[in-house]
Design a protein around this ligand. Structure first.
Ligand code: HEC
Length: 127
């Protein structure tokens, strides 16, 4: 009964189920736009995303600190628009994967907000 995103992989499904259950509650509270979002693959999925929230979450979850440890510099080298993450949908999927793997427990709209900030600052996908 929950919706699955096209990026869903078998390995993180249990956690996603929990996330989606939480997500449904959030949607019931009025964030109904995420349903349409899950289907769209272009940069349109970032339209209306809460960029302030995304920035907060990136700081809160120390994304940059960890990436800096792995990559050196300011960590931005982790974000490779020419690499395998080469569409808006894949970018959002990657953030969802980090979310599940690292147990951040972000809601679907949080994941979208984070991905939207990364797109604005690093990936610049247009469609
Ligand atoms: C504990 C360490 C750690 C934390 C915390 C972390 N990441 Fe990552 N992240 C990684 C590693 C390692 C990779 C490279 C994975 C790979 O290449 O398979 C990665 C890769 C990525 C990529 C793919 C980059 C590309 O273009 O290939 C994105 C996007 C990303 N992380 C986003 C995030 C976001 C957003 C957060 C915070 C909400 C976050 N990460 C937190 C370790 C971390």
């Amino acid at each position: 009964m929950h919706r699955t995103t096209p990026q869903t992989t078998a390995t993180n499904r249990p956690r996603q189920t929990a996330l989606w259950t939480a997500g449904l509650t959030a949607m019931a509270l009025g964030a109904a736009f995420s349903a349409g979002q899950a289907r769209a693959q272009g940069a349109g999925i970032f339209k209306g995303a809460d960029l302030k929230l995304g920035e907060q979450l990136i700081a809160q979850h120390q994304c940059t600190q960890c990436h800096t440890q792995k990559m050196g510099g300011n960590g931005a080298a982790m974000y490779r628009p020419q690499g395998r993450i080469n569409t808006a949908g894949l970018l959002r999927g990657m953030v969802e994967q980090c979310n599940a793997t690292l147990n951040f427990q972000m809601f679907p709209e949080d994941v979208t907000a984070v991905a939207a900030v990364l797109n604005r600052d690093h990936y610049h996908f247009k469609d």
